[in-house]
Design a protein around this ligand. Structure first.
Ligand code: MG
Length: 170
């Protein structure tokens, strides 16, 4: 994104641009909105009669229209990528790269997403952290040099937030 272009005009990035950036960043890391919607479906299909994947997609899309959500996604993915390229100082580069137990910041950052959508979001986030379903499990199993320490928790948070949004809409 051309930062100067926007700061000259308004000192702020328009939310539409930010959302586009977040979607592009997710896609670049191998995650589609469909992947996230499938998790939402798994979380909510037992509670919402005749739930359709399309409805889940809608709520995922709405979650991604919030600035706080985009900020968390772009921050987390930037950290993952920089750690992947060994551009963080030690010892924190190695700690994040190996997602060491008790690092925990990867679970704290996405709380800024969860906090927007009430307690159903929080309980679902905890559930997904333990159960790791769908794309979250796939990311967890990635064994090459890719670092997804923050990404998996961000996905869980977006899915949990969308599930909460959906639950409150019916
Ligand atoms: Mg993680």
């Amino acid at each position: 994104m051309d930062r100067e272009h926007y700061t000259k005009r308004s000192h702020k990035f328009p939310i539409e641009e930010l959302t586009r950036e977040a979607k592009a960043a997710l896609k670049e890391r191998g995650v589609t909105l469909q992947d996230i919607a499938k998790i939402v479906y798994q979380l909510q299909s037992a509670y919402v009669e005749e739930l359709e994947l399309e409805t889940c997609m809608y709520h995922v899309t709405k979650v991604l229209e919030k600035r706080e959500v985009v900020h968390a996604i772009l921050t987390g993915i930037a950290i993952d990528k920089m750690v992947e390229e060994d551009r963080f100082p030690e010892p924190i580069n190695t700690i994040i790269k190996h997602d060491e137990g008790l690092f925990g910041i990867d679970e704290i950052l996405p709380l800024s997403i969860i906090n927007l959508y009430g307690s159903i979001g929080l309980t679902n986030f905890g559930y997904l952290d333990k159960e790791k379903i769908g794309i979250i499990r796939e990311l967890d199993r990635t064994k090459d040099n890719t670092v997804n320490t923050f990404l998996d928790d961000l996905i869980a948070a977006v899915a949990a937030a969308a599930a909460s949004r959906l639950a409150h809409s019916v």
